[in-house]
Design a protein around this ligand. Structure first.
Ligand code: XIL
Length: 581
């Protein structure tokens, strides 16, 4: 009975808590169709060219929404805050803003910045011009809002675009309830990865480091000990014009990594995709008519400049990315003859031939002999797959030819419920026998739209993530596990068909997949006493958790001074082996 009472108290607290921290700014239901809303610049001038009009939801005739058309830059919808709230009060009470967005088929621009202001004070701006999601269906948008002391009673929000049409509904301020405390090291995967001497990493954009909010940047630095650039170190971004390099964004990532004791991983030196047009307009055609010698020169210069600039600063590089063909018919015909097919639709293969791979590794190695060099590929995780064997044979050839390669990056853009531990283990073991690492470089496992919201789907996702993290934790030749994005809101896969592929949800909260990775690493540390005090960079804590060497709990949260009261022996204290005499 007592238990039921306690449960119901807890339950009502939960409901109360959640409700008390939500404020709907506008759902447009109180307006009549056709009512115009003011659009202004944050400095206060009214825009007449851009319009915001209450209209009927394109998907639901009973719902009213706001249609926003911007025809000049820097114009946003103006909303008067309710209940005599000011910007300062708002930023005190709420952490996030959410709204529904619908992009009609005639919205002319896919890439635009979302911005929010309190009066003229900026609360959030997308750091880059992000893809704003697919047209023709409602999307759920959420942003962390910055802090302000502004006394303005107005907020301005919308896309900073001179060419945009969209529908907006249900603008809500709220503070999410977080299920984990990222300020407690033990609740973060990084803590356990540090103890194992492993890298747990995340792909980020320089924009994510702008408009610093604790939650966002700390979600990166507390949970991960490695970062990789999702885009800003690709060729189009680093060498946009021939021999003119742009370092600003990669420096920004490096500085963030440095100040947070994190490692920086380099992605990617040679790829057919995301090339600047001076190299090739589509990465396939040699439309600038480079000769083989010229293209080799271009390649050598690119690799040498970048790798030497970050010598000693970038610990590992994807030297080659996605160089294999999707259809490995030769392997299908005979899996044992060691033949592989390179991607034909690539300017590198077309103009240079296979040797671009060997050369790239050699140049990268010369520029930084200490950097670990990887070949990175997708759909090459499960040994039963043709492409996995193709990659293995290529890598074997490279290794046997003396090419300075340290391992393979398995991207691991995986399919929910289709992750098989035994099958991937074979792949890891094969590379181990070649004396090479196999690491996970871009892990994400999307949930199909029809399963979104089902707890069974998140459980399955957690089970799939656990398979990968168990593998990385248990294999000495697998030092790194990286996920391809911070929150489900940031994923490149977010379309209306599949989504929520990452560890943190749109509110930066831990999903079951996050807990699965954390538990997998934690268990490994506690079971084996695996530790690397030299690599450990976290704080030495005054209060510690003590386990026996086989992982049985002895005491949690005891003061270090009490350790001498324990029977003498070997213990795991905060993940590290210690002898108590
Ligand atoms: C993706 C980025 O996540 C997107 O933002 C970008 O538009 C396209 O590239 N394999 C890779 C990554 O090696 O570089 C890709 O990143 C995802 C697939």
């Amino acid at each position: 009975m007592k238990r039921i009472m306690l449960l119901s108290i807890l339950f009502s607290l939960f409901i109360f808590d959640v409700n008390s921290q939500r404020l709907t700014l506008n759902d447009f239901e109180d307006y009549s169709i056709g009512t115009p809303l003011t659009m202004k610049t944050p400095s206060g001038s009214i825009s007449t060219e851009s319009t915001a009009v209450v209209t009927v939801d394109p998907e639901d005739p009973n719902n009213k929404v706001l249609m926003v058309t911007t025809n000049n830059w820097n114009t946003f919808i103006e909303i008067l805050l309710p209940e005599s709230l000011t910007g300062a009060m708002l930023s005190d009470q709420y952490e996030m803003i959410s709204f529904d967005l619908y992009r009609p088929d005639d919205d002319p621009s896919d890439w635009k910045k979302f911005e929010i202001y309190s009066g003229s004070v900026n609360l959030y701006t997308d750091g880059i011009y992000p893809y704003q999601g697919d047209k023709g269906s409602w999307q759920d948008k959420r942003y962390y809002i910055g802090e302000t002391t502004s006394s303005s009673r107005y907020i301005y929000l919308g896309f900073n675009s001179n060419n945009s049409i969209c529908y907006i509904d249900n603008i809500v301020l709220y503070t999410p309830k977080y299920s984990y405390d990222y300020t407690d090291p033990e609740q973060t995967p990084r803590y356990w990865a540090d103890l194992m001497g492993k890298n747990i990493g995340v792909a980020i954009t320089p924009g994510q480091l702008d408009y610093v909010s604790d939650r966002r940047t700390l979600s990166i630095s507390r949970n991960f000990n490695m970062i990789v650039a999702e885009n800003c170190m690709k060729w189009y971004a680093t060498e946009p014009s021939r021999d003119e390099f742009s370092w600003e964004n990669s420096d920004k990532l490096y500085n963030f990594a440095q100040s947070n004791n994190m490692k920086l991983r380099g992605h990617a030196l040679v790829w057919h995709s995301q090339l600047p047009s001076w190299v090739s307009s589509d990465g396939i055609e040699n439309d600038n008519n480079w000769t083989k010698a010229e293209l080799l020169d271009i390649l050598k210069n690119h690799i040498t400049q970048i790798v030497s600039r970050y010598k000693g600063k970038i610990v590992e590089w994807d030297v080659i990315n996605e160089c294999l063909d999707d259809n490995q018919w030769k392997i299908k015909a005979n899996p044992d003859n060691g033949e592989y097919i390179l991607r034909e639709n690539s300017i590198w293969t077309k103009v240079i031939g296979e040797s671009f791979i060997d050369s790239a590794f050699v140049w990268a190695h010369r520029a930084d002999p200490d950097a670990k060099l990887y070949i990175n590929e997708y759909n090459a995780e499960h040994w039963s797959g043709d492409k996995t064997k193709a990659l293995y044979y290529l890598v074997k050839r490279l290794k046997e030819s003396g090419v300075p390669i340290d391992g393979v990056g398995l991207q691991a853009h995986l399919t929910l419920g289709k992750v098989t531990a035994t099958d991937i283990t074979i792949t890891f073991n094969r590379y181990n026998r070649l004396g090479l690492n196999s690491i996970i470089t871009e892990l994400d496992i999307p949930i199909p739209i029809e399963q979104s919201g089902l707890s069974s789907a998140y459980k399955q996702q957690a089970a799939d993530f656990k398979i990968i993290s168990d593998l990385v934790a248990s294999k000495d030749n697998s030092p790194s596990l990286l996920v391809w994005g911070l929150t489900d809101n940031d994923s490149w896969l977010n379309t209306d068909k599949r989504g929520e592929p990452l560890l943190l949800n749109k509110d930066y909260d831990a999903k079951p997949a996050f807990t699965a990775v954390l538990e997998s690493f934690r268990k490994k540390v506690l079971e084996t006493g695996l530790c690397n005090p030299v690599e450990y960079v976290g704080p030495q804590k005054e209060y510690v958790n003590v386990y026996t060497i086989t992982g049985f709990k002895v005491a949690l949260g005891i003061h270090r001074s009490e350790l001498r009261n324990l029977p003498s022996g070997l213990y795991i204290i905060d993940g590290r082996k210690e002898i108590i005499n």
